[in-house]
Design a protein around this ligand. Structure first.
Ligand code: ATP
Length: 131
């Protein structure tokens, strides 16, 4: 199968850089599967999962917001945070879920912020199952 370059970058580090066969994620207009030679595209990404298919394997990466750019030279994801499933600290994400749920239940602080923290943590736990 033909391949394309995938780079996933955060302000802190380069999380992923490899030739891959397919990238699947949720863009602004819904789920999208990107194969080599896909039409150029820019889309915001919310808290979501990036699935990467390559040589019969699938990797999953947790993203917490950013942008997807598809160009002839490849796919770039510029994310606020990004973690490979194997890099996710499950205990930390579970603690974040509890903290956020506590704030939401107690109407403590900024509700939208707590809901977003909850989304990030639940997304990480979902991705961490993929090992
Ligand atoms: P926490 O409350 O546990 O810090 P958070 O959602 O507020 O979670 P972020 O601000 O999204 O954390 O991320 C801060 C940094 O910590 C980023 O580099 C992110 O990749 C990393 N990170 C956050 N949670 C985890 C986790 N469960 N496992 C591994 N890395 C994590």
């Amino acid at each position: 199968m033909s391949k394309m370059q995938l780079d996933i970058v955060t302000p802190e580090r380069k999380v992923y850089s490899k030739d891959v066969e397919m990238v699947i994620t949720r863009a602004a207009n819904g789920d999208i599967g990107i194969l080599p030679h896909h039409a150029p595209l820019v889309s915001p990404l919310s808290v979501t999962v990036v699935r990467v298919k390559n040589e019969g394997n699938e990797e999953r990466i947790a993203i917490s917001g950013g942008f997807l750019e598809v160009r002839p030279s490849g796919v770039t994801i510029l994310a606020e945070t990004a973690e490979l499933s194997t890099d996710i600290d499950v205990e930390r994400a579970e603690a974040a879920v509890e903290r956020a749920q506590g704030r939401i239940a107690e109407h403590e602080g900024d509700l939208a912020r707590a809901e977003l923290a909850l989304k990030r943590a639940v997304n990480r736990l979902e991705v961490a199952k993929w090992k």
